[in-house]
Each structure stands twice: as structure tokens, then as C-alpha cells.
Design a protein around this ligand. Structure first.
Ligand SMILES: [Zn+2]
Length: 388
């Protein structure tokens, strides 16, 4: 029997689409984990529902996407000896995480056959096991010297779809990096790069010239991870290419504002995507994506419904995911949230525009409830309820 989820009484429906961030609707139906109808309940067919949620007037948005994480295995990270960091992030409204490389594995193999094996194994173990339901898109090999075209074909054939941050391995020059990124792209593997100063001993500076020469799909942490490039190089990157502009929590927040303002002047805010870059030296950030949304919206004088698109729809489109947008056929991955109790502002959007986090009441992945009242956000004013 097919599973039919009906979410009724939605107060505000955010689409993830910058061109139309707010939808006119109060009800959403998903069948077998995919969105099947969006509209007003009075016009919709809720017959045969196997699961019903009364949203009680709260806001529903596509589940948030963290474009930049460094997972290793299961819900454990050796980087800060933490367990359950992925579960904690789910409680921050994130339903999909994208690996920028499994670099924190102690003893990470750097020989070609070893790094390929690690990438394929990482892709598999997160595909086969979703911690608390979280979709973790992992298996992102780090480029090392000696890789040849056939290696990228092997990786692609085995299901690898991402490269880890270019520059974290032994490939440090633009020419070699460009060749490998081109091979990756030829076989359908997306790429990103470590932009800015070194993160850990062994990594190096990657400046604007190297980023442009390498030509990755995403300019990874354009605001540094940790140290940002000088301002003129950040504006140059925004102006000189069409790659994704990834802003991360574990970067330089002044450089984040510069990126936002430059992209806005260029009328290219659809390039902005958000990540945490955790786990890292700065720890893990269960609320990192929400904090970026509130920071960019409040300090950047940006409508909150647009800032949320940086955290779901923009990433979905750039990375060609089947989640992150409210559209028929897309995965039923949602976050339900409301204005935090006693937060200023007349509604959730104004409250975020004043710099406050929303309170999360529920997450749903593939049409299944994965968490209810968040243990990490401030408490919401109203909460959705599972009725059936
Ligand atoms: Zn990095």
C-alpha cells in the first residue's frame, strides 16, 4: 500500500525558490515520500491518508541543506570526539548534508587506490545508513598527485558524485587541479575548492587566481575556512565566474557580508549557498545553517524568505538534488518551524530579520517524521502535531 502524508493548516509555505519564495497554499500532500500536491485543503484530495499532520499555523519550508560538512562514519566525528552531531543538526532543521571530503578520518589513505576505496566506502555507508534519518551525501575524494583520467571514471562508475575540497591534498597547483576537475566533470562528478588561507597544518593558501584557474563548480567557503582572502579577491571571484558562492558558518562573517553584498549588486544572489564546514576546529554547529540565515538576513537587510532560499533551493538547484524545493515530484523533506517564544517581530520572518532563530517543531524526510520539538532551537510559539 502506498504511503500518503497530508500536512494541513500550514500558516506560511516557503518554496525555496528565490523568484517566488512564498507559496499561496495551506496544505501539502506527499505520496511515497514525494510531493504530489500543493494548494488549499478545500480543493485537495486528502482521502486515504496514512499519516496526517496538523501544522497548527506554523511555517513549512523545504528541509535545509548543509552544503559543506566533513563527516567520517555514522554519527561520530573524530575531529572533536563527538557523537550524535548529525542528530543534533537534524534538530537544527537540516535534512541533507553534503560532504566536502572525509578528511578527518585518522590515517586517511593518500595513495590513489586507497583514496578511491575510501570515497566509495564512504558513499556506501552513508547511503546504507542514515543517522536519525539524515541524508548524508558523502564519498568525496581528496585529489592527490598521480591520479589519472581512468581514476575518475572508476569513481563515477562506482557511484561517487562529489570531489572533496581541492587543495586539501597534494595537488596544489592550478594546472594539475584544472585537469583533474575537468576529468571529474566529464564523468558527472561535481567539484569544490578550499578557498582562502590554510585550515589545518598541511593545507595551503588558495587564492583567487588558483580558484579561477581550477574552475570548480562551487567556490567552497568563499568567506574562508577559517581565514578569508582579501576583499578585492572575494569581489573578483564573484565577478569573474559563475560558480556557486558558498558561505560557511566556520568562516569570516565580515567576508560573508561582502560576498552577499557583491552578489546582490551583480543580481546573482541565486549563486549563494550555505554550509557550516563542521566538524572542524570550531566544533560542530547544530544550528549553524539557521544562524547563517538569521545573520545574513538581519545584518544584510535581506528578506528572511530569500535568506532561507540560500539554505535549501539554491543549493538544490546548483547541486541538482531532488530535495530542497517545494515542487511536485521532489522529495518530501521538510522543516516545520515558528517564531521563537518571546522573540521580537510580528511574525517568523520579521523575527529572523531582527536576527533571531526560529523554533523548530518538526522535521520530515521522505515523508516520514524524523524529529519533533527541537532540543536545540529556542522553543517555538506553536508546534505542529501528528494527528494520524
Ligand atoms: Zn576548507
Amino acid at each position: 500500500m502506498s504511503q500518503k502524508l497530508v500536512i494541513r493548516n500550514i500558516g506560511l509555505l516557503l518554496s525555496g525558490k528565490m523568484e517566488a519564495p512564498i507559496l499561496e497554499a495551506d496544505c501539502l500532500i506527499a505520496v511515497d515520500g514525494k510531493i504530489s500536491a500543493i494548494g488549499y485543503e478545500k480543493d485537495m484530495d486528502g482521502e486515504g491518508a496514512t499519516s496526517v499532520i496538523n501544522a497548527h499555523g506554523v511555517t513549512l519550508a523545504p528541509g535545509l541543506i548543509d552544503s559543506h560538512v566533513h563527516p567520517v562514519i555514522g554519527d561520530y566525528t573524530p575531529r572533536q570526539q563527538q557523537i550524535n552531531w548529525i542528530d543534533s543538526t537534524l534538530h537544527g532543521g537540516v535534512t541533507t548534508m553534503i560532504s566536502a571530503g572525509e578528511v578527518h578520518l585518522p590515517g586517511r589513505p593518500k595513495d590513489v587506490v586507497g583514496l578511491k576505496a575510501l570515497a566509495i566506502a564512504s558513499q556506501r555507508w552513508y547511503e546504507n545508513f542514515r543517522p536519525s534519518g539524515m541524508k548524508v551525501l558523502a564519498g568525496a575524494p581528496i585529489l592527490e598527485e598521480g591520479m589519472v583520467e581512468a581514476d575518475f571514471k572508476d569513481l563515477a562508475d562506482a557511484g561517487v558524485k562529489l570531489l572533496g575540497e581541492v587543495g586539501l591534498g597534494t595537488v596544489k597547483d592550478g594546472k594539475t587541479a584544472r585537469q583533474m576537475v575537468d576529468w571529474a566533470r566529464k564523468y558527472g562528478i561535481q567539484s569544490t575548492i578550499h578557498t582562502g588561507g590554510p585550515s589545518v597544518p598541511g593545507s595551503g593558501l588558495i587564492d583567487a587566481d588558483m580558484v579561477l584557474e581550477t574552475g570548480t563548480d562551487v567556490i567552497g567557503h568563499i568567506n574562508g575556512g577559517h581565514s578569508a582572502l582579501p576583499d578585492d579577491q572575494i569581489t573578483c571571484l564573484c565577478e569573474s565566474c559563475k560558480a556557486g558562492l558558498e558561505i560557511v558558518h566556520n568562516g569570516n562573517q565580515r567576508a560573508a557580508m561582502l560576498t552577499l553584498n557583491t552578489a546582490r549588486e551583480l543580481k546573482q544572489m541565486d549563486r549563494i549557498i550555505l554550509g557550516t564546514d563542521g566538524p572542524a576546529g570550531s566544533g560542530v554547529q547544530p544550528l549553524g545553517i539557521l544562524r547563517m540565515v538569521a545573520m545574513l538576513s538581519s545584518l544584510g537587510d535581506l528578506p528572511a524568505e530569500i535568506a532561507f532560499c540560500f539554505a535549501n533551493g539554491n543549493t538544490a538547484r546548483q547541486r541538482e538534488l531532488d530535495t530542497g524545493l517545494i515542487e511536485v515530484g521532489y522529495a518530501a523533506d521538510f522543516v516545520l518551524m515558528d517564531q521563537a517564544q518571546h522573540a521580537p517581530g510580528k511574525n517568523i520572518l520579521e523575527s529572523v530579520e531582527l536576527g533571531n532563530l526560529p523554533g523548530i517543531g518538526m522535521t520530515i524526510i521522505d515523508g516520514v517524521v524524523t524529529s519533533q520539538r527541537s532540543r536545540n532551537t529556542p522553543p517555538a510559539t506553536r508546534f505542529p502535531e501528528v494527528v494520524l
